[in-house]
Design a protein around this ligand. Structure first.
Ligand code: SIN
Length: 304
C-alpha cells in the first residue's frame, strides 16, 4: 500500500488532501457527510480582526465550468473565532489551518498573533489575495513590496507554519512568490480566485452586487496548474495547490506540477464527500503506478 503522508515545512500531513477556505465552513458542517479524520487538513473560513458582514446579495453566480463569489470575508472576527469556534473544532483529527485576512498590516498581525496562541492550530494561511474587498486583500497580493511587507510583519509574531495564499491576478506570479518567500513564508498556497464578472443581459445589470467577483471551479484549473508549475521552478519552498480540482486526477496533475498538497474548493459545493473520494483516488493512482510514497510524485512532471 502506498504511503500518502507528506511533510510540509516540518508539519506532517497524513495525506495531501485539504479543503479550501470558504468552501468548507469550519469543518463541523461536514461531519455528517465524511470522517474529517480522513483529510490531511482543513483550511477554515477567513478570520479578520473584527466582525464583517460581507458584501450585499447577490454575491454568488454560477458560470459555465465555474462559480463567481463576492462574499467579502464575512465572519464574526477573531475574538468570536477563538471563543466560540475553536473549542468546537480543536479536537478534529486533522490539521486545522486558519485563513487570516485583513485590511491593514496591523490587522493581519493582530489576527496572526491571536491565532498563534491556539495550541491546536499548527499553521495559518495569510490571505493576501481576496478580490472582493475594497481595502487590503488582493491589494497586498498584487504588489511585491507590499506582499513582502505584510508577510514579514506577520512572520515576526507568528511562530508556527506560515503559509501565504497568492492571487492569480498578477502579471508575474513568480515575482509574488519570491516576494513572500523573502518575507519569510514557509509555504505558498495558490491560486485564489480570478477576478471576473457576470452580466444579466435582460436586466442589463451585473449579476453580483459588487459587479466583479472571484472565479473558481474547473474553468480556472489550467491557469492554476501553470502557476503552480512556474512557482515550483522559481522558489524553493513547498506549495499547496488549488484551483478547480474536481477529482483525484486533477489533484495528481497539481502534484506533478509541483504541489506537495492540494486544496479542494468549489467541488465541495457539488459533492460534500468529494475530498475523501480524492484521497482514495490518489491512493489508487499511487498503487496502480507502483509509487511507494507521495513525495516521489511531487514535481515529477516529465517535460523533456
Ligand atoms: C470572500 O470572502 O470574498 C472570498 C475570500 C477570498 O477570495 O479570499
Amino acid at each position: 500500500m502506498a504511503d500518502l503522508s507528506i511533510n510540509i515545512a516540518g508539519l506532517q500531513f497524513k495525506n495531501p488532501v485539504t479543503t479550501a477556505s470558504g468552501t468548507f465552513g469550519y469543518g463541523d458542517e461536514f461531519t455528517e457527510f465524511i470522517d474529517l479524520g480522513r483529510l490531511g487538513g482543513i483550511f477554515v473560513k477567513a478570520v479578520t480582526g473584527k466582525n464583517r458582514n460581507g458584501n450585499a446579495y447577490p454575491r454568488m453566480a454560477e458560470t459555465p465550468s465555474g462559480m463567481l463569489n463576492s462574499v467579502g470575508l464575512q465572519n464574526k472576527g477573531v475574538d468570536h473565532f477563538c471563543r466560540e469556534i475553536y473549542p468546537k473544532i480543536m479536537n478534529f483529527d486533522t490539521h486545522i489551518i486558519v485563513n487570516v485576512s485583513g485590511s491593514t498590516v496591523e490587522e493581519y498581525v493582530e489576527v496572526a498573533e491571536r491565532i498563534n496562541e491556539l495550541e491546536k492550530v499548527p499553521a495559518i494561511e495569510l490571505n493576501i489575495s481576496c478580490p472582493n474587498v475594497k481595502l487590503g486583500g488582493m491589494a497586498f497580493g498584487t504588489v511585491p513590496s507590499m506582499a513582502t511587507e505584510v508577510t514579514a510583519a506577520v512572520r515576526k509574531v507568528y511562530k508556527k507554519v506560515l503559509m501565504v495564499k497568492l492571487s492569480p491576478n498578477v502579471t508575474s506570479i513568480t515575482d509574488l512568490a519570491k516576494a513572500v518567500a523573502d518575507g519569510g513564508a514557509d509555504v505558498i498556497t495558490l491560486i485564489n480566485t480570478l477576478l471576473g464578472m457576470s452580466i444579466d443581459a435582460e436586466q442589463r445589470r451585473p449579476v453580483l452586487s459588487t459587479i466583479t467577483g472571484g472565479l473558481s471551479g474547473p474553468a480556472i484549473k489550467p491557469v492554476a496548474l501553470r502557476m503552480v508549475w512556474q512557482v515550483h521552478k522559481a522558489v524553493n519552498i513547498p506549495i499547496v495547490g488549488l484551483g478547480g480540482i474536481m477529482n483525484a486526477t486533477d489533484a495528481i496533475e497539481f502534484i506533478l506540477a509541483g504541489a506537495s498538497a492540494i486544496q479542494v474548493g468549489t467541488a465541495n459545493f457539488i459533492d460534500p464527500m468529494i475530498s475523501v473520494k480524492i484521497v482514495d483516488g490518489i491512493e489508487d493512482y499511487l498503487n496502480s503506478h507502483q509509487i511507494g510514497s507521495l513525495p516521489e510524485l511531487v514535481g515529477a512532471l516529465r517535460t523533456e
